[in-house]
Design a protein around this ligand. Structure first.
Ligand code: PRP
Length: 191
């Protein structure tokens, strides 16, 4: 992943372009094709954790040729580390996943602790299969080793916004993924 100049009209906080709209679209299409091939004849339930994964989910599910089902979860960490048990499910799945083929769809994996927690919890519900699709794998801070069946991109240790990623709740709707300026992250510039 190379850092290019920020797109015209980018918000001030964006210092450079990490992934363009076209790069994302083309990789997501490939991931959808791989999922279509792997799940031929099986109905997969795509499970996304709100909120950042929504954008990736929306494009990925439309790149899968066969019928799929969607379900959503939301968790709150209270700002405490996941491994310290500071996780609460604020919205659980609506569907029973026992005996189903389940694919967790995440925008980004960092420490891996969120996914590790989710995998353990969902595995206990007896799905037929349970896999992970992630757009961005930022593995420099990995603590929990989570299995990733479908990976979009390896990502540098850079704070990024766009395509679901936020800075204080903003910029999720940028159609590309941009890096955030260092001075903004260190509180010198404005966000
Ligand atoms: C992001 C992402 C994962 C989690 C990954 O969510 O969607 O759920 O962080 O981090 P980890 O690997 O270190 O556990 P975030 O908490 O930013 O919430 P959001 O999706 O609402 O932006």
């Amino acid at each position: 992943m190379r850092l290019e100049a920020a797109p015209d009209g980018a918000p001030d906080v964006v210092g450079g372009l990490l992934l363009s709209r076209d790069q994302i679209a083309s990789r997501v299409r490939e991931m959808g094709e791989a999922i279509t091939t792997d799940y031929t004849g099986r109905e997969v339930v795509l499970v996304t954790v709100l909120r950042g994964g929504l954008f990736f989910l929306s494009d990925l599910c439309r790149a899968v040729a066969d019928p799929i089902r969607l379900d959503f979860m939301a968790i709150s960490s209270y700002g405490a580390p996941v491994q310290a048990g500071g996780v609460r499910i604020t919205k659980d799945l609506d569907e029973n996943i026992e005996g189903r083929d389940v694919l967790i769809v995440e925008d980004i994996i960092d420490t891996g602790l969120t996914l590790n927690y989710l995998l353990g919890m969902l595995r206990a519900r007896g799905p037929r299969s349970l896999e992970v699709a992630v757009l961005l794998d930022r593995d420099q801070r990995r603590i929990a080793d989570v299995p990733i069946a479908y990976r979009g991109f390896h990502m540098p240790d850079t704070f990024a916004v766009g395509y679901g990623l936020d800075l204080h709740g903003r910029y999720r709707n940028l159609p590309y993924i941009g890096s955030v300026r260092e001075d903004v992250l260190h509180g010198v510039g404005s966000a």
